[in-house]
Design a protein around this ligand. Structure first.
Ligand SMILES: Cc1cc2nc3c(=O)[nH]c(=O)nc-3n(C[C@H](O)[C@H](O)[C@H](O)COP(=O)(O)O)c2cc1C
Length: 252
């Protein structure tokens, strides 16, 4: 039985490695075990409309292509809703995240075209800075940590585990060719009241989701950020070998 092409697997072009080179394609195939059958698929690699003009000047190297491709994008197409089946796939990806004691302390409230009035209320919870771009997002997903375990004890890992689940959701979005950006700047108290979130559950991060949109319609400062270099601390400031602050962990 022949293996599926990326398209047959339902992967969007934006999932493919940047650049469109044969080397990138080979790397992607090696990492995923996928077969890329036709020249058309290879051609796709060099035509990723969502990225044109937005390519970051720095790119992470030597990591799995899906991770390398992920970035928090602000440009979303307000005219193109995210299909409910795709939203389900994002939530399903989150559902399979690891968690301490398999406690699965994540909850999500989805806001989209299916309940427009709730979507508008969710948008109103965002900070002014986030509203400047996130109003374009057709879907918002509020991620909520369940702070206690099922036996009532405090779950000290709840926020960590919600973060893991959110990352799964974000990576699934990348695989589908969607744009996503998590937001901590929103009024959690207002969200609690507006959406009847009970005590013991903490609304932590709102995630904007949409199909790639036109970067040039963003406020000028955000266009610059979208197109600007990505910045990260050097690895030797972040990882130590054997004891705190000892060098060498990344000398591989
Ligand atoms: C918990 C959390 C909260 C964030 N809050 C916001 C926010 O309120 N507004 C925003 O524009 N970006 C927000 N971000 C996105 C970060 O700014 C972004 O992840 C960071 O700059 C790194 O960029 P990258 O995700 O493209 O690698 C948040 C990210 C996380 C993980």
């Amino acid at each position: 039985m022949r293996s599926e092409t990326p398209r047959e697997m339902g992967l969007a072009p934006a999932y493919f490695p940047l650049g469109g080179s044969h080397a990138a394609l080979t790397e992607w195939r090696t990492c995923t075990g996928a077969r890329v059958a036709s020249a058309t698929d290879a051609d796709h690699l060099s035509v990723v409309p969502s990225l044109q003009g937005t390519l970051p000047m720095e790119e992470p190297a030597d990591i799995y292509p899906l991770l390398r491709r992920r970035r928090s994008s602000r440009s979303m197409d307000p005219e193109r809703p995210v299909d409910a089946a795709w939203v389900r796939r994002l939530l399903e990806a989150a559902r399979w995240a690891p968690s301490s004691g398999n406690g699965q302390p994540w909850r999500y409230i989805v806001f989209d075209q299916r309940v427009p009035e709730a979507l508008e209320r969710a948008r109103a919870c965002l900070s002014a800075g986030n509203q400047a771009w996130a109003r374009q997002a057709p879907t918002l997903i509020l991620s909520i940590a369940k702070l206690t375990r099922d036996d009532g004890a405090t779950n000290t890992k709840a926020e960590h585990d919600l973060g893991l689940a959110n990352m799964c959701l974000l990576l699934q979005a990348v695989a589908l060719g969607l744009h996503c950006r998590p937001m901590g700047a929103f009024d959690a108290q207002a969200a609690r009241q507006a959406f009847h979130i009970p005590a013991g559950y903490a609304p932590l991060v709102m995630i904007a989701v949409g199909h790639p949109g036109d970067v040039s319609v963003l406020p000028p400062d955000l266009i610059e950020k979208e197109r600007g270099p990505r910045r990260r601390k050097p690895l030797h400031d972040l990882a130590f070998l054997g004891e705190w602050d000892a060098p060498g962990a990344a000398d591989g």
